[in-house]
Design a protein around this ligand. Structure first.
Ligand code: GLU
Length: 512
C-alpha cells in the first residue's frame, strides 16, 4: 500500500477513554506497518462541549503510551493547522461551494419553528421528526422558497444554516474493511446541518473536508461512527471527491467487564477499574479519577493489553512490544464483535512486563511512591529489593505495601501462623541458628542456603520446621521471595537484628 495516511481525530470534550486510545493505537500500528503517516487532528468545532485541559490530556496520554503522531498540533506537518478551530474560516467556503454544486442548501427555519414542527408531528404520532427529503418542501429553505425570497433573506443577513441535500430513494453502499458491505437507504437519512447559524461547521462537514485536504487514505474509528458514514459517503459524492474517498474501518465496541453493554466512563468507579489512561482532576471529586498510570500500570503493558481488545495476531503469542505489534498488526484480524474489558487480563499483561523490567528501572519507577510513604532507600539497595520482588508484583503500586518490610521494621506479624509453628522450647534452637547466620562466612543467598541446610541436616530438622519461622521473623508474613535471597538483600546486620527481635515477639505471643 502506498502513502498511507491515517488520523486520530478526538474531540476535546473531556478526558480520553481507553477506547479512544485503542483507536489511536490501531491507527498508529496501521500507519507504522505500512510506512505511512499517523496524524493527530483535534476536532474542537463544538465550542459548547469544549473542556479546558482536554487537549493537553489527549496529547499527554498519547505521549505516555508512546503513540507519537507524525503530524499534529505541536508535532509539525504540511497539512496544518491540525486543530479545527484554527481552520474554521475555510469550512464556510466549502459549504458554500456545496450549495453551488446543488449538494447542499440554505435553511432559514428558526430553532423555535423547528421545535413547533417537532411538537406538531409528535401530536400526529410521529415522535421521530426528521428534517429530510420528505419534510424539506414544507420547511423554510432555498429549495422550497422562491429564489428572490432566498436572496432577500440572505442579503438581509437572516440567520441560516446550510444543510446537506440527501438524495431521494437511493442506496448508499460502501465497503467497510472490518464489516464488509454496509448500506444505507437515503430515505432514512436526515438532511444534516453542515454549517451552523454561527458560521461554525458541524462535525460532519469539518471531518470530511479535513480528511480530504489531509489526504487521509483510511478512516479507522469506533463503531459509534458507523451510522454517520452514510452521510459521509454522500458528502464525498456531493463534493465530487468520491475517487479519493478514504476506506472505512469501524472498530468493535469495548464492553464492560460483565459483558453487559459498552464500557462507559462511569464503569471505572462502578467496577473499581481504570478506564482512562491517565488520572484526571475534574472540578468535583465525582469527576476526578485515577487512570492506568496511577493504578500502577506500565505504558507498554497498557498498549499490549489494548492491542488485544478487538484484535489478535492469529497465533498463541500474547506479549508484543509496540515495535513487534507494528510488524504483525493488520486490519483483517480485527473482530466485528465487542471486546470485553478484562481487568485481570490487564494485570496479567502488566505482570509480564514488570517481570521483564530490570531492577534499576523498576527502582526509578517505584521510588516516588516509596518516598511518599515515608521510606528512605539508597538506590543500590532499592534495586536489589526490586530484583527480588518484581516477579511477585502485578501493579507498580503493590510494591510499597508488599516490600514495606525491606525498608523498616516488620510492622505486622501474621500471629496466627506464628502461633501454629512456634513453641517457646524452639527458641534456643532458633537463637543458635540466628547466631550461625550472623556469623556466616559469605552472606549471599548461596552461602546462606548451604549454611541453613547444614544446620538442619546436623539436627535432623525438616525445612518445614525451620523455613516458615525464618520467613515470618524476617517479613512478618508467609508471602514473599525466597528466604535466602531475602536475607542476602537485607544484609547481615538487619537480618540479625530482625531475627532476635522477632523471636522475642514470638515468645510474647505464646504467653498471651
Ligand atoms: N471527533 C470525532 C470523535 O470525537 C471523530 C470521529 C472520526 O474519527 O471520524 O471521535
Amino acid at each position: 500500500m502506498e502513502n498511507i495516511r491515517v488520523r486520530f481525530a478526538p474531540s476535546p470534550t473531556g478526558p480520553l477513554h481507553i477506547g479512544g486510545i485503542r483507536t489511536a493505537l490501531y491507527n498508529y500500528l496501521f500507519a507504522k506497518k505500512h510506512g505511512g503517516t499517523f496524524i493527530l487532528r483535534i476536532e474542537d468545532t463544538d465550542q459548547g462541549r469544549y473542556v479546558p485541559g482536554a487537549e493537553e490530556y489527549i496529547i499527554d496520554s498519547l505521549k505516555w503510551c508512546g503513540l507519537l503522531p507524525h503530524e499534529g498540533p505541536g508535532f509539525g506537518g504540511e497539512y496544518g493547522p491540525y486543530r479545527q478551530s484554527d481552520r474554521k474560516e475555510m469550512y464556510r467556503r466549502f459549504a458554500l461551494d456545496l450549495v453551488e454544486r446543488g449538494g447542499a442548501y440554505y435553511a432559514f427555519d428558526t430553532p423555535e419553528e423547528l421545535e413547533e414542527r417537532r411538537k406538531a408531528e409528535a401530536a400526529q404520532g410521529n415522535h421521530n421528526f426528521k428534517y429530510d427529503n420528505a419534510a424539506r418542501p414544507s420547511m423554510k429553505n432555498s429549495l422550497s422558497m422562491p429564489p428572490a425570497e432566498v436572496e432577500c433573506l440572505l442579503s438581509a443577513g437572516a440567520d441560516h444554516v446550510i444543510r446537506l441535500k440527501v438524495p431521494d430513494n437511493e442506496a448508499v453502499v460502501f465497503n467497510d474493511i472490518i464489516r464488509g458491505e454496509v448500506s444505507f437507504q437515503t430515505n432514512e437519512l436526515d438532511d444534516k446541518v453542515l454549517l451552523k447559524a454561527d458560521g461554525m461547521p458541524t462535525y460532519h462537514l469539518a471531518n470530511i473536508v479535513d480528511d480530504h485536504l489531509m489526504k487521509i487514505t483510511h478512516v479507522i474509528r469506533g463503531e459509534e461512527w458507523l451510522p454517520s458514514t452514510g452521510h459521509h459517503v454522500l458528502l464525498y459524492r456531493a463534493f465530487g471527491w468520491e475517487k479519493t474517498m478514504p476506506q472505512f474501518a469501524h472498530l468493535p465496541l469495548i464492553l464492560r467487564p460483565d459483558g453487559k453493554g459498552k464500557l462507559s466512563k462511569r464503569d471505572g468507579a462502578k467496577f473499581g477499574i481504570p478506564v482512562f489512561p491517565l488520572g484526571w482532576q475534574g472540578s468535583t471529586p465525582e469527576d476526578s479519577f485515577d487512570g492506568f498510570r496511577e493504578f500502577g500500570f506500565l505504558p507498554e503493558a497498557v498498549v499490549n493489553f489494548l492491542a488485544f481488545l478487538g484484535w489478535n495476531p492469529g497465533t498463541e503469542q500474547e506479549i508484543f512490544t509496540i515495535e513487534a505489534l507494528c510488524e504483525v498488526f493488520s486490519l483483517d484480524k480485527i473482530s466485528k464483535g465487542g471486546a470485553r474489558f478484562d481487568f485481570d487480563k490487564a494485570k496479567w499483561f502488566n505482570q509480564q512486563y514488570l517481570h521483564a523490567t530490570d531492577g534499576a528501572t523498576l527502582a526509578r519507577l517505584v521510588k516516588p511512591s516509596l518516598v511518599a510513604a515515608g521510606h528512605d532507600a539508597d538506590d543500590d539497595y532499592l534495586t536489589a529489593v526490586c530484583n527480588l520482588m518484581k516477579d511477585r508484583l502485578s501493579l507498580l503500586t503493590d510494591f510499597t505495601e508488599q516490600a514495606a518490610y525491606f525498608f523498616g521494621d516488620v510492622k505486622v506479624y501474621d500471629d496466627q501462623n506464628i502461633a501454629k509453628r512456634w513453641t517457646p522450647e524452639s527458641r534456643p534452637l532458633f537463637e543458635s541458628l540466628a547466631t550461625a547466620i550472623e556469623n556466616a562466612t559469605s552472606f549471599d543467598a548461596a552461602g546462606l542456603e548451604a549454611l541453613v541446610k547444614n544446620f538442619m541436616e546436623t539436627r535432623n530438622l525438616k525445612p518445614g520446621q525451620v523455613m516458615p519461622i525464618l520467613r515470618l521473623a524476617l517479613a512478618g508474613t508467609m508471602q514473599g521471595p525466597a528466604v535466602y535471597e531475602m536475607m542476602a538483600v537485607l544484609g547481615r546486620e538487619r537480618t540479625g537484628r530482625r531475627l532476635e527481635k522477632a523471636f522475642g515477639y514470638f515468645d510474647g505471643l505464646e504467653a498471651k
